[in-house]
Design a protein around this ligand. Sequence first.
Ligand code: NAP
Length: 352
Amino acid sequence: MREPVRVVVVGSGRMGSGIARLLLEKRGLALVGMCGRRAERAGTDVGFAVGLGRSLELPLASDLEELVERAHPDVAIQATCSSLSDARAEIEALVGRGVNVISIAEEVAFPRRQHPELAARIDRLAVEHGVSVLGTGINPGFVLDLLVIALSGVCARVDAITATRVNDLSPYGPSVLAAQGVGLAPEAFREGVQSGTVVGHFGFPESIGMVASALGIEVERIEEEREPIVSKVRRETEFVTVEPGQAAGCRHSAVGLAGGRPVITLHHPQQVHPHLEGVETLDAIEIEGSPCVRLAGRPEIPGGIGTIALAVNCIPRVLDAPPGLLSMAEVPPPAALMGDVRDVLRARPETA
Ligand SMILES: NC(=O)c1ccc[n+]([C@@H]2O[C@H](COP(=O)([O-])OP(=O)(O)OC[C@H]3O[C@@H](n4cnc5c(N)ncnc54)[C@H](OP(=O)(O)O)[C@@H]3O)[C@@H](O)[C@H]2O)c1
């Protein structure tokens, strides 16, 4: 009888909770623990903490190291933060105890461009302990990078890439809406960009870095632009009301330049209720080259369930990967796990 793959989830926010619920539906995976950063939630039954509505007889932990010593996970899924500096301590604690890591922190998707030294350090630690660290998520991690890379595989030559993701911010909570400048007057929005409180999308350098590295293009510079999407109509969500003349979101783009020429251009305008002004949500990729390639889908792939599914579907990829810090371009593409996860794993001594 093969043992199920033992999984721990770090972070019990929206993504961590969704990941835990999905893990429970998969054959061959066992949720052996969950750790949250909010100390006041420690001891809560995980089943209730993740909105399952029933007990799992598993208390939510607040000490990750103690949880790992007790639960002996094969892999941990990190859903606590966005930046590498914030993700680092949890990743190092896991890797140092021989646990493979899947992280949805945006900067873990491809940290080599922005944080080469820290990336090299995590890579060395992972190799030393014989485990892998993989960053994934809808974006960065899939739409504006992995899909682009996969499509370029049919090209004999690539001259320029443009990829666009138009999405709806309405389902998101107050921290995301604030980071996108939703509800601000245009001047306040621009001041927020200057002071760093309005950031727009987190992950353009990672996506451009991943595409450039996979295609062997030397991107010397990345330029980003953030402008308010000024609403003509009143828009309302649970957390914010946007009056006409205020920002409904952020029109954020980034361009990677090679030889002084734009080669990778990514657009990711995000706003609440785009349909109120007739804006259709979509994902679109255009590659100029030989041949030219176009692929688009409407509406956009939903970011929440998409990220949750990617985190879980990457479990066999990270378990089968060579040790080290890896990007989505360096493991086989993920596939939906519809059968027993153990059947898609390469035979390993401990599970065979
Ligand atoms: N790569 C991608 O495509 C992608 C996609 C989606 C999300 N992400 C990133 O993944 C991270 C997790 O996303 P999420 O949607 O799960 O974020 P979230 O719900 O805000 O949870 C993230 C962290 O915030 C804490 N938290 C949640 N609600 C809180 C509250 N009411 N008060 C205080 N702290 C609270 C959680 O603490 P506990 O640890 O105690 O639970 C958790 O560690 C974010 O940084 C997000 O940007 C990346």
